[in-house]
Design a protein around this ligand. Sequence first.
Ligand SMILES: [Zn+2]
Length: 161
Amino acid sequence: MKFIVDLTMGKLVKWLRIAGYDTVFYNSANPDKLIEIASKEGRILLTRNSNFIKNKKKILKENGIKYLLLTDDRVENQLKEVAADFKLNLRDNFFTLCINCNKPLTNMPKEDVAGKVPEFVYQNYNEFVQCTNCKKIFWGGTHRERMEKIIKTIIPLSYLS
Ligand SMILES: [Zn+2]
């Protein structure tokens, strides 16, 4: 399941990526191009723009594009709504995609990390992952633990298993 999020919900893009869902951010106001990408790449369209849905309902249907109109402006609630609607599994692929570029993360052996992260991080953590694209290194203490905690508290357990 892949998503495209329009510019009404920039934060949701990162949250979906953290949960392991391939998500692109459509940072433009051109609705036709948005529909074109969603159709071509088979992405579910997420938006808070009710006028857009109203005006494009027919085209979305004709192109077989699934979409969800969200109303809440808090990212926690948006994620919750998307998870409920599409029965997302937020746990199994947790932290497998780069937050910044939507590309896969790969495990990095501890010895390869030496000198590339702060010394206290190297001393205190044993698991590291690296983005295959931007080469950024992530570890338990960065976004991972914090986001995992947030996701667990906001999403009812039924969605996680
Ligand atoms: Zn990256």
